[in-house]
Design a binder for this molecule. Structure first.
Ligand code: FAD
Length: 301
């Protein structure tokens, strides 16, 4: 069955289906073992075909954005990681507003919105995500988030059916969005407000500068590792517990922002996980607060 699926994917996608592809090349942390397959699809028909053939072959699949919120285990992922490219990474404007593919690079969408004089997305400057990933995780900052800006979502369900749904029909909360199980965000129409381009660009630049000053943007990280507990900040608790600089192998609690873990070079997923577990225990010991991960673990029991 596996060999047949491999042949079918190779026949249709050619070099866009890569078998045994190390996920360390596709996560911002730079860790993670091989995916059985990493497949890049370029249009809705290809995406629908791919989820259908995976379903028929009993092979699991998972949408992959920019891997900026993922800790993939060293043993990798035994299914198909689906990346959206081609037309599914594009951006267009029309009477309905800004329409983007789920694979569009979020910082590019933020820059385009500023150029067009569309306000509302400036908080996302500097988040190295795909738009689909940002919608699926309900990315946010400074009290704003994707859910507030998602007018309409093009969803692909696991049976290969494409449907348009209003953004407000998808329940959302702090770093949480409920999408129908197994679905992919193929496209998004954003609800942004007209404003003077210069004003939008100024706010984008200001928020980006703030992020650069406070976060280790040049290091290999996955952003905030833990969610902020109610009424407090995970970074404040980790710093107050004296954990800045704590390391396991090449994984180290950032000295710039304690809620970030940097890969100094050769960290493995096991190193990062061990550090996450240690930080969780030490914060619990110090403050009786249980930190919950904001990052998602894949292929980690
Ligand atoms: C330097 C840095 C700064 C960051 N700052 C922030 C911040 O300010 N706020 C914040 O919220 N996050 C932040 N993050 C975390 C991360 O960028 C977000 O969680 C982001 O939304 C993840 O997007 P992604 O495309 O990388 O998704 P991935 O990490 O690839 O995937 C995350 C989840 O989304 C799913 N997914 C991905 N694409 C799709 C799709 N098309 N359809 C359906 N599901 C999909 C995946 O299956 C997975 O479950 C930061 C990360 C870094 C490295």
């Amino acid at each position: 069955m596996s060999a047949e699926l491999q042949k079918e994917l190779s026949r249709r996608l050619g070099p866009r289906a890569r078998f045994g592809e190390p996920m360390s090349r596709h996560t911002t942390w730079g860790v993670g073992g091989p995916a059985w397959c990493l497949a890049r699809v370029h249009n809705p028909e290809e995406a629908a075909w791919l989820v259908r053939v995976c379903g028929q072959a009993g092979r699991s699949f998972k949408p992959l954005g920019r891997g900026s919120n993922l800790l993939v285990g060293d043993a990798g992922y035994p299914g198909v990681m689906i990346r959206l490219g081609g037309a599914l990474g594009g951006m267009t404007t029309g009477p309905g507003g800004l329409q983007c593919g789920g694979g569009a690079f979020l910082p590019g969408v933020v820059r385009l919105a500023a150029r067009l004089g569309l306000a509302g997305l400036e908080w996302a400057a500097g988040i190295p995500a795909s738009l689909g990933g940002a919608v699926a995780t309900n990315a946010g900052a400074h009290g704003e988030d994707m859910a507030q800006l998602t007018a309409q979502v093009t969803l692909l369900d696991p049976a290969g059916q494409v449907q348009e749904v209003p953004g407000q029909s998808l329940p959302a909360g702090y770093r949480f969005r409920r999408l129908p199980a197994g679905s992919l965000v193929l496209g998004v129409r954003l609800a942004l407000s007209p404003a003077a381009p210069r004003q939008v660009e100024r706010r984008r630049q200001a928020l980006l500068a703030l992020r650069r000053a406070r976060q280790p943007l040049a290091a290999r990280t996955a952003g905030s590792v833990f969610k902020n507990p109610p009424g407090d900040y995970a970074g404040r608790l980790i710093e107050a517990a004296g954990l800045k600089g704590l390391a396991v192998g090449d994984a180290v609690v950032s000295r710039t922002h304690a809620n970030f873990i940097e890969n100094r070079g050769r960290a493995t997923a096991a190193d990062v996980l061990a550090l996450i577990n240690t930080v969780t225990l030490k914060v619990m010991d110090s403050f009786s607060v249980r930190l919950e991960p904001e990052i998602e673990m894949v292929g980690i029991a």
